[in-house]
Write a protein that binds this ligand. Structure first.
Ligand code: HEC
Ligand code: HEC
Ligand code: HEC
Ligand code: HEC
Ligand code: HEC
Ligand code: HEC
Length: 418
């Protein structure tokens, strides 16, 4: 109905744009919490069905037992209220007290972006959810809709130290400024496919990146590949674009998660290890960043910190301080002599790939403790439990341990006495 007037190509082609958005074909599994207002995160319909979102904004109970045939797509009237007070088609408002992420972080400052955040946010508070040893399943985690949390730099699991968040969250109208900037293409290449109500920023057919919304702050960029990362965060030998570095770090974390060494994750293995809170945290963060889908663009530095820290903890490297040390250093192991476990502290002044290996007195490699792992500047500690690379106990005697990072090398000696 709205499309009769707002569907004239190209000047008013809101309808054509909307048809090209996923909002015109939202999935629906028809689950509601019986007899409650639609403000529960267990109520799938409030974000996946147009009418139910309207009920949600009005703090209303909706009809129960909706079927797929009842589903209303996320249409014009889902977001716009034809009976709005201030102007005729104002955006629907959020119910009182609900302009918060699942972990309580407030987003009332995001202008028209609030409309997007009402649905595009995680369904759980990491700090409560991760430690609750409830049922684990293929849908365990923050949900597919983590964009709001990542943009705000909130709700990633921390390992003792806070992450520093970037400033994209302060962009006026948040999501709307970047995603709904109109395209200037009046021809047929990307018209209606990117920007505006298509919500898309990339057109796969023409491999086009829609940077119109970035221009006001990042003048001259024509592709997301133009944003070069300051460092080689994924440790593949070259500093590339932010998108490539973030994708690389996400792959590295996936390989580190169980089954380790394989480029996939099996949630069943994480479920089995139910006392390993750090593993669950790393898995939550992996899902949160992966599901965000922006390859770091929503919050570049935050994303990198979350991914690198999660990988460190997955492979047994613990951070002991986020203070940046002045010099590159590796401590004497402690205790020393030891049996069977000892610790080594590392001071990393610049973000870089690091390796720590243990050798016997013949110079043969016994154990790789840290394998070309990118570490953010900071202080870390690693344990060695006197097992070799094959998992066998090594014998009493002297060992050398060596840290290598770029041109910096330090070697020290330790004694295992059984
Ligand atoms: C009969 C044609 C017609 C139909 C049907 C129609 N619109 Fe409009 N709409 C217009 C025109 C013309 C304007 C521009 C009015 C102006 O700028 O004063 C407009 C303006 C708007 C605006 C901008 C309002 C503002 O204050 O900037 C929104 C939002 C909007 N329409 C949404 C809708 C929605 C949602 C529907 C379906 C429920 C709809 N329209 C149906 C003709 C129509
Ligand atoms: C009523 C809830 C709701 C609102 C409001 C909403 N979205 Fe969505 N959005 C969804 C759902 C649900 C999907 C996924 C549809 C599917 O895959 O079935 C989606 C999909 C998307 C996609 C495509 C994601 C992909 O995987 O390709 C983008 C981009 C998007 N939304 C951006 C926005 C922006 C920007 C806003 C604010 C202007 C917004 N959305 C408002 C629910 C919502
Ligand atoms: C707070 C809002 C919200 C709630 C509640 C919610 N979802 Fe979603 N869901 C979304 C959004 C937004 C997306 C799209 C995210 C994207 O594509 O990046 C999505 C995506 C999905 C997808 C993936 C769709 C695809 O095309 O890949 C499935 C499946 C899904 N949701 C099922 C459910 C189920 C089942 C429930 C209830 C148990 C539920 N959702 C509750 C917001 C929500
Ligand atoms: C997912 C939520 C959502 C849906 C669905 C949606 N809109 Fe919008 N619309 C917005 C937002 C957000 C804005 C920006 C509001 C602002 O900046 O004031 C907007 C702005 C507009 C405007 C005024 C600004 C402009 O660009 O001229 C019109 C007209 C409009 N929408 C019409 C429509 C029509 C017609 C449909 C259905 C085909 C529709 N909208 C569907 C969220 C939505
Ligand atoms: C700084 C600009 C910016 C802001 C603000 C922003 N986005 Fe994005 N978003 C991007 C970029 C860039 C991408 C990556 C597009 C690509 O590479 O295809 C992206 C990707 C996405 C995707 C994944 C699309 C896909 O095809 O899988 C979704 C969904 C999304 N954004 C939703 C949102 C929502 C919701 C908000 C507000 C909470 C938001 N964005 C805020 C720039 C932004
Ligand atoms: C309102 C201003 C504003 C807009 C719009 C904006 N950015 Fe940014 N962006 C910033 C600021 C300020 C920084 C500085 C670092 C930080 O705080 O995260 C930044 C940093 C970045 C960075 C990391 C550092 C760098 O410069 O390489 C990337 C990548 C980035 N933005 C991508 C985007 C993309 C893609 C868009 C559009 C889709 C966009 N930005 C839109 C303000 C903006």
């Amino acid at each position: 109905m709205c499309g009769n007037c707002h569907g004239e190509p190209w000047r008013h082609s809101k309808f054509q744009q909307w048809e090209n958005s996923l909002h015109s074909e939202s999935v629906f599994e028809g689950r509601v919490v019986a007899d409650s207002l639609r403000n529960s995160y267990s109520d799938c319909n409030r974000c996946h069905d147009g009418q139910s979102y309207v009920d949600y904004t009005k703090s209303r109970k909706g009809p129960l037992n909706l079927t797929k045939a009842d589903q209303k797509m996320l249409v014009c009237q889902t977001c716009h209220d034809p009976h709005g007070n201030n102007n005729q088609y104002q955006l629907r408002t959020t119910p009182p007290g609900q302009e918060i992420l699942a972990n309580g972080t407030n987003y009332s400052f995001t202008g028209t972006g609030k409309t997007c955040l009402n649905c595009h946010k995680a369904r759980r508070d990491n700090s409560v959810y991760i430690t609750a040893r409830g049922s684990f399943s293929s849908t365990w985690g923050p949900h597919e809709s983590t964009q709001g949390d990542v943009l705000l730099g909130s709700n990633a699991a921390t390992f003792g130290f806070p992450y520093i968040t970037g400033s994209h969250k302060n962009i006026d109208n948040a999501c709307v400024t970047c995603h709904m900037a109109e395209t200037t293409d009046t021809g047929t290449v990307t018209r209606d496919k990117v920007g505006g109500h298509s919500m898309n920023l990339h057109d796969a057919d023409s491999d086009y990146d829609h940077t119109a919304g970035c221009q006001s702050c990042h003048a001259g960029v024509t592709s997301f590949e133009d944003f070069l990362a300051p460092q080689d965060f994924d440790g593949n030998g070259t500093a590339e674009s932010w998108e490539k570095e973030v994708s690389g770090c996400l792959t590295n974390l996936r390989i580190a998660l169980p089954p380790a060494g394989v480029d996939s994750v099996a949630w069943q293995l994480i479920a089995r290890d139910s006392n390993n809170v750090n593993l669950r945290k790393a898995y939550w963060n992996y899902l949160m960043i992966g599901n965000d889908g922006s390859k770091g663009m929503h919050n570049p530095f935050y994303t990198i910190q979350v991914l690198l820290t999660s990988k460190n903890y997955t492979v047994g490297i613990k951070q002991i301080s986020n203070e940046v040390p002045e010099v590159f250093e590796m401590s004497q192991n402690y205790p020393n002599p030891f049996n069977p476990t000892t610790k080594i502290d590392l001071r990393i002044p610049n973000t870089a790939p690091v390796s720590v290996k243990i050798y016997d007195i013949m110079g043969r490699e016994v154990k790789t403790l840290v394998n070309n792992q990118v570490m953010l500047a900071g202080k870390y500690t690693v344990d060695w439990n006197s097992l070799d690379n094959n998992g066998a106990n090594v014998s009493t005697g002297a060992y050398f341990y060596r840290i290598v990072s770029g041109n910096s090398v330090i070697t020290k000696k330790m004694m295992l006495i059984k």
